[in-house]
Write a protein that binds this ligand. Structure first.
Ligand code: BG6
Length: 488
């Protein structure tokens, strides 16, 4: 069910950058093939590199050829490429906005576009506020503008702690109202993540179980096989806690733990998620030492662009508590890292152990508890593990799995997160975007952990072997509670 998309102009600042090349332009191309873009659209890249429209179209085609989920089809490409334009210039230079304005007027006039505009800030966060301010100064955006609409998209990282996040949000809010502001956490655009709400609230079997009466604990793993690659410049300023936990992992946690919303309205859903962030048991001071583990893969300090004495963490594991009626006393174990054994993101909800009677009476061989596992990627789907009798005269019990695979059920070709997210900005649906209070609540949780680490830099960061599941400390973190990590 897709809403009608009004004709629009999408301006991508950083239009010749990596995000545009790998994600945005291929996503837009796929939306075009699926017939989801408005009949009339202009996509205008803005960037430092001087380039003509034709050079930009070639750049876009190169990105689509490498990163699109579908091969590039000549005829389809031709139609799409005609909507691509490029304006060279530096964002620090007001003249760029003058030439951009003139170009947009012309393109919109030629293509019969009404002036609805989306400004995608695919640029370093240090430029968010200056760019938004320039947009206001150059009168691209009027105060309280409703029609034609003006919307802005920003990507994480929004700040590096609570204070800097607030500064960015304040700066954006001086130009764009909250309902014009779309903060992307691309995990929310993943089909599997959206399906968590369907799994929970469109099935009568699971929801009654998901609370402190039946759940022993929850594990959320986002494991990457790749190292830092070419992104050391950014990563050295971030680390795994800022890069992954503050956003993606906490978002997965909120979707897993939130109360049923009373409607599917964007604000209603975001309110419920916010309740979870506000209910997180704070981790500060010594609690950080007990409940948060960091690690760095062997060889990270020798990666190109990394400080040889770097103390940046490439792995984090933490035990989180949610202090509300539903989840009180149920630990949530979160972990993420680069260069781990394999790429695997999964949420597993382990139910309580059985009482030690009947089939579970043999204390030396307890039955495995039931586990509901949501595979976010790869091999998207979910499974529910249950105990079953093996055929034969004696009672021998094995764990079997009920398994759902997206590919088996619905075929290959699941849309990319950015396709869904770009479409939602065009229709103005903010459900899958981070609201200001959500970003700040997540920083509020994470900032005291960063503060504790900054205060106690002395112990070396535990190392782990590339290709392993992380440092031994992470096993101890969960092990001291009598539990262990599940192999995803
Ligand atoms: C990004 C992080 O937000 O997410 C990267 O900055 C990380 O460091 C990436 O690799 C993971 O995304 P995905 O969709 O590949 O799991």
């Amino acid at each position: 069910m897709t809403e009608r998309v009004d004709p629009v102009t999408l301006v991508i600042f950083g239009g010749a950058g990596d995000l545009a090349h790998r994600k945005l332009l291929p996503a837009l191309y796929n939306l075009r093939i699926d017939g989801l873009l408005p009949s009339s659209i202009a996509i205008v890249g803005v960037g430092r590199r001087p380039a003509s429209d034709q050079a930009y179209r070639d750049f876009a085609r190169g990105g689509a050829a490498r990163f699109s989920r579908r091969p590039v089809d000549d005829a389809a490409w031709q139609g799409f490429a005609e909507s691509l334009f490029f304006v060279p210039g530096s964002l620090e230079d007001p003249a760029t906005f003058a030439s951009l304005g003139a170009r947009l007027d012309l393109v919109e006039h030629e293509r019969g576009l009404p002036g609805n505009r989306i400004y995608y800030l695919a640029i370093p966060p240090s430029l968010f506020v200056t760019t938004a301010t320039q947009l206001a100064r150059a009168r691209f955006v009027q105060p309280h503008q409703i029609s034609p609409f003006a919307r802005v998209i920003v990507e994480k990282p929004i700040g590096r702690d609570l204070e800097s996040a607030r500064r960015i949000n304040d700066g954006l809010a001086r130009v764009f109202h909250e309902d014009q502001t779309f903060r992307i956490d691309h995990y929310l655009g993943k089909e599997t993540v959206q399906n968590i709400l369907v799994l929970r609230f469109a099935n009568s079997i699971f929801e009654p179980l998901l609370n402190r009466r039946y759940v022993d604990h929850v594990q959320i793993t986002v494991a990457e096989a790749e190292g830092v690659g070419t992104r050391a410049g950014y990563y050295e300023q971030a680390g795994a806690l800022r890069d992954m936990v503050q956003n993606h992992l906490l978002q997965l946690l909120t979707v897993t733990a939130m109360e049923p919303p009373f409607s599917l309205g964007a604000e209603v859903i975001r309110d419920e998620k916010q309740e979870i962030l506000r209910a997180l048991r704070p981790l500060a001071g010594e609690a950080v030492d007990r409940h948060v583990v960091r690690g760095q893969y062997d060889g990270y300090a020798k990666e190109p662009g990394v400080d040889p004495a770097s103390r940046v963490e490439t792995y984090v594991a933490l035990e989180v508590g949610i202090e509300n009626w539903r989840w009180s006393g149920v630990p949530f174990f979160l972990r993420t890292g680069k260069h781990l054994a394999r790429r695997a993101s999964e949420i597993s909800i382990q139910l309580k152990p059985l009482p030690p009677i009947l089939f579970n009476a043999r204390s030396e061989a307890p039955l495995a508890p039931n586990v509901l596992s949501v595979r976010i990627q790869p091999n998207e789907g979910f499974s529910f593990s249950i105990s079953s009798k093996r055929p034969g005269p004696s009672v021998r019990i094995s764990t079997v799995k009920m398994d759902f695979s997206y590919e088996d059920a619905f075929g290959a070709g699941t849309p990319e997160a950015y396709e869904r997210l770009l479409l939602d900005v065009m229709t103005g649906d903010q459900t899958l975007f981070m609201r200001r209070d959500g970003v700040e609540a997540a920083w509020d949780f994470v900032t005291p952990i960063l503060a504790r680490w900054a205060e106690r830099p002395a112990p070396p960061i535990p190392a782990y072997a590339p290709g392993s599941w992380g440092p031994a400390d992470a096993d101890r973190l969960i092990g001291t509670t009598g539990r262990s990590w599940r192999a995803p």
